[in-house]
Design a protein around this ligand. Structure first.
Ligand code: F6P
Length: 360
């Protein structure tokens, strides 16, 4: 039998439904390989790689995983080996990652993450670590893939929330504002807003005029309905305004958004006599069992990533392009993020169905 090949797998950044489905596919593909491959899970994201904490992943460890939210690799987090927390400010400990991967005998490392995590992976790749990227985020804001896994599960949660809010809005003749995630991109708000038949969708890519939003909600009341639904992306801004920032991490510089929903409430209270309430959907969008699309995409990504790693084809990221699973250069893949094009067909469809974007 050939010498055993050890492939590592790490989950980084915020969790997304489908992480465990990727792990399952990686382990099963390794088991199916003609080569003698062992999969080693890195515990707790880059923190585990920095501290050399690993766990063997075999077939029994991934049984039933396809339907489970979260990650079985401990935690997933935003730790950055190039800027580790210390008393004296950020410290670059990236070489510890390389050293620990070498000590563990990893021939390649599959990194499952969003743009931040995959940028770190790409930088580690330049230092000599053989990496394969798997795009994950509920935000769907990675430019090189049609979809990231986790996105459609988040849309389902946000759509259900809008359905529920519609009932209570009608019962009280209220304006309901739903704040959804997505960072600087409006993908979740746009898709959930169309699926949940919102009256107004506010996204970062189309800065809004509060007076225009106020006119829409007042108009909705005149149409025999006394309620309206607004879905607002956490990164949405009014024209000339700024994103609502909750906090900035002093070490990593990671910005935590929050407050856009309440801001819209204040604007509408000042401009109308409507009774307005905000709901922040928050991390409900990230937990729970992945929908079928995300399970399938995560499984296809996991298989493709494992095959690349086993074949030694590193520095690549798997992606979905026009229905096909392909791979692209990791460095190029993470150069840009993907934003909603205000002239895109879905925005046009939404407008023609009477959904307002606050710029009319
Ligand atoms: O990137 C995924 C995401 O859920 C964003 O939509 C959101 O802005 C951010 O993570 C929230 O991060 P945290 O889990 O650190 O609060």
């Amino acid at each position: 039998m050939s010498a055993r090949k050890r492939i590592g797998v790490l989950t980084g950044g915020g969790d997304a439904p489908g992480l465990n489905a990727v792990l399952r596919a990686v382990v099963r593909t390794a088991g199916d390989s003609a080569e003698n491959v062992e999969i080693i899970g890195v515990l707790d994201g880059f923190a585990g790689l920095l501290e050399g904490r690993f766990r063997h992943l075999g077939a029994p460890d991934v049984r039933e995983l396809i339907r489970m939210g979260g990650t079985v690799l401990g935690t997933t987090n935003r730790d950055n080996p190039f800027a580790c927390r210390s008393e004296h400010g950020p410290v670059d400990r990236s070489t510890d990652c390389l050293e620990n991967a070498r000590k563990a005998g990893l021939e390649a490392l599959i990194v499952i993450g969003g743009d931040g995590t995959l940028r770190i992976a790409s930088e580690l790749g330049k230092l000599g670590l053989d990496v394969v990227g798997v795009p994950k985020t509920i935000d769907n804001d990675l430019a090189s893939t049609d979809y990231t896994f986790g996105f459609w599960t988040a849309i389902g949660v946000a759509t259900e929330a809008l359905d529920r809010l519609r009932d209570t809005a009608e019962s009280h003749h209220r304006v309901m504002v739903l704040e959804v995630m997505g960072r600087t991109a409006g993908w979740i708000a746009l898709h959930a807003g169309v699926a949940g038949a919102a009256d107004v969708i506010l996204i970062p890519e189309i800065p809004y005029d509060p007076e225009s939003v106020a006119r829409t909600v007042v108009r909705c009341q005149g149409r025999g309905r006394a309620s309206s639904l607004i879905v607002v992306a956490e990164g949405a801004t009014s024209k000339g305004g700024e994103m609502s920032v909750h906090a900035v991490d002093p070490t990593t510089g990671v910005v935590r958004l929050g407050g856009a929903g309440q801001r819209v409430v204040r604007e509408l209270e000042a401009l109308t006599r409507c009774d307005v309430r905000a709901t922040v959907l928050g991390h409900l969008q990230r937990g729970g069992s992945p929908v079928a699309f995300d399970r399938i995409l995560a499984t296809q990504f996991g298989e493709a990533a494992a095959r690349l790693a086993i074949a030694g084809r590193c520095g690549r990221m798997v992606r979905l392009a026009d229905g096909r699973i392909e791979d692209v250069d990791l460095d190029e893949a993470v150069r840009e993020i993907k934003l909603v094009d205000p002239a895109s067909p879905l925005v046009r469809t939404a407008r023609s169905l009477g959904i307002a974007f606050g710029d009319e």
